[in-house]
Design a binder for this molecule. Structure first.
Ligand SMILES: [Zn+2]
Length: 589
């Protein structure tokens, strides 16, 4: 039987949303922090089947079936483990690393376990060194950075002595093979064959998996002439920088309990915030957030407060991380500190309470983005206003949730002094087309409300399943220029919503005017027209619109010079028009 690398299966489980997978086939209702439904694996009338998306498992109290997302697919789709892994990987867009060598996989697993053990010994050694006479200046350094003994202990901070191979000797004495030392990256081979410690005369920060096992180290220089300031473990079979959040093993429980995380950049930002009692902090370790890191967070919370350095690099990292969190569906706030301050210096200078107040007064990410975009622009000038709108519509297009998108549109309209409806419809168009640049002046003339539009809207409320099936067969182009086009476009995004929730969700996402229109149509006691006929009618109108546009283009071309290239163009247009007429005939047959 083929096997997959363990870290691939771990990644897959973090990536594949168990709630989404199960909810597709088992109707679920939220119940506290879990979801409940009727068990698909035994017959029952009252739900005892639970899904816990935070922890990534399902369990039935009726028949005791349970497991993770892969297990669910194995049982529900009656697949073998490798088949279930492949099916999930395909669904969530991951490439399965093929391995035909189970012997090699077994060796890798054993090696990873051996590396974890080696890191544990190294951590204990560094901690002892910090306590010893050797570590005096490192302890003085921590004192200057105002980290107290309990914090130092909780973070397992240590000290790498200045000798060339102190750790190497210690590990060899503990019976660890040199080959493994080199693989861990804690010992490096120099040219000429000598191997020496990677970290010397540095403050040592152990980096852990969210389960708490040490998988790498960060080393901070203790003197200004020692470069680089921060030295990290290299990528190893255990450690990959973009897949770990620093400190998550210490704060995961509180993040889950309180539902939010405070995201900072560096080890010392983490340490000061943690010491100040902010028990939901995690650090990216000096980079913008990666998608894997955001998925780690997603298992524990839905809200993130970004507390990055306010300098330019920090702002860039804030924006990139904010955009990622936004597209991953997190509620995101930004904590703004004065220029030149980071969470570390802020807490030391102004105290824990001031920092907590900053967190409390953090600004929604999209508001922050609006402020940043307005800065340096004069919105009463037309060019500035257009640039501002173009930038912001690009941001809006990446908001996955239509309701938040509409709220952003309203804020945007308010700031830019433009009609809300105009902005909303532009944003919807942009989101649907996933374009990032939108010509704001394009204002399509809308026709009167047609019977076919009424028919589909009426069915969306009263005959929802039929309406959804028809809507999923239609395309955005079918709604162009229609009076109820914007409403139908919203309705069309609801094809995956359970039918009983569709009318409520639809109304939630409409403007008051649009809501009034839908309610008025829904009052009709009889179906205005069969929903299937309505769909055919809308498609017919679209083909006719397109054919008219083609005819315009043909007329225009024929009035121009009868050059060779122009004749070619006319022929192409005529061919397109013939195709379209054929499609139209087929549609109406
Ligand atoms: Zn069951």
């Amino acid at each position: 039987m083929p096997r997959f690398p363990t870290n691939f299966v771990d990644d897959l489980k973090a990536h594949a949303d168990i709630l989404q997978v199960i909810h597709d086939v088992v109707p679920l209702k939220k119940s506290g922090s879990t979801y409940k439904g009727l068990c698909p694996f035994h017959k029952e009338k009252t739900p005892s089947f639970h899904v816990n998306p935070d922890k990534g498992f399902f369990h039935c109290f009726g028949c005791a079936t349970g497991g993770d997302v892969v297990k669910f697919v194995e049982l529900y789709d009656k697949l073998s483990f490798p088949e279930a892994v492949r099916a999930l990987a395909q669904r969530f867009g991951m490439t399965v690393p093929e391995s035909d060598d189970p012997e090699q996989d077994r060796r890798i697993t054993i090696e990873r376990e051996a590396l974890v053990k080696l890191h544990e010994i190294a951590k204990d050694y560094y901690c002892e060194q910090l306590e010893s006479k050797n570590g005096t200046h490192a302890r003085e350094y921590l004192d200057r950075r105002e980290l107290a003994a309990p914090t130092i202990k909780e973070l397992d901070l240590g000290f790498a002595p200045p000798q060339r191979d102190a750790l190497k000797q210690h590990l060899l004495d503990a019976g660890q093979p040199l080959e493994l030392l080199l693989k861990s990256g804690l010992v490096v081979q120099r040219e000429g064959g000598k191997s020496v410690d990677r970290f010397r005369n540095r403050l040592m920060v152990p980096i852990c998996r969210d389960t708490g096992s040490v998988i790498a180290f960060g080393g901070r220089s203790l003197t200004s002439d020692q470069q680089p300031k921060y030295l990290n473990s290299p990528e190893t079979p255990l450690y990959s920088k973009g897949r770990v959040l620093y400190g998550l093993h210490l704060t995961k429980k509180d993040i889950r309990r309180l539902g939010y995380a405070v995201l900072v950049e560096g080890y010392f930002d983490f340490a000061q915030a943690f010491q100040a009692g902010v028990k939901t902090v995690v650090a990216t370790c000096g980079t913008a957030l990666t998608q894997m890191q955001s998925r780690l967070l997603k298992r524990s919370c839905t809200k993130v407060l970004l507390s990055f350095d306010p300098d330019t690099a920090g702002q860039g990292a804030s924006t990139r991380s904010g955009e990622l969190l936004l597209s991953e569906g997190f509620q995101t706030n930004v904590v703004t500190l004065a220029s030149g301050e980071d969470p570390d210096s802020f807490v030391r200078l102004h105290g824990a309470n001031s920092y907590r107040l900053k967190l409390k007064n953090s600004q929604p990410y999209l508001e922050y983005v609006l402020d940043q975009a307005i800065r340096g622009r004069n919105l009463s000038r037309e060019t500035d206003q257009r640039d501002f709108l173009a930038d912001m519509l690009a941001v809006a297009a990446r908001i996955p949730d239509p309701a938040s998108r509409d709220r952003f549109a309203d804020r945007l309209a308010h700031r830019a002094n433009v009609m809300e409806d105009v902005i909303r419809s532009e944003i919807r168009k942009a989101a649907i087309a996933k374009r990032t640049e939108i010509p704001i002046e394009v204002q399509v003339a809308r026709s009167e409300l047609r019977q076919a539009e009424k028919g589909i809207l009426w069915a969306t409320i009263h005959n929802t399943s039929a309406a959804l099936s028809v809507l999923s067969g239609l395309e955005p182009a079918d709604f162009e220029t229609l009076a109820a086009g914007p409403i139908l476009l919203v309705a069309r995004t609801l094809v995956d919503v359970p039918p009983e929730n569709v009318s409520g969700t639809l109304l939630d996402r409409l403007t008051p005017e649009e809501q009034a229109l839908v309610k008025q149509i829904a009052q009709d006691p009889v179906e205005p027209a069969s929903v299937e006929d309505c769909a055919i009618n809308l498609r017919e109108l679209r083909y006719k619109r397109e054919r008219a546009a083609l005819q315009d283009a043909i007329d225009h071309a024929q009035r121009a010079d009868p050059s060779e290239s122009n004749l070619g163009k006319i022929n192409t247009l005529l061919e397109k028009k013939r195709d379209l007429t054929k499609q139209l005939d087929e549609l109406l047959r």
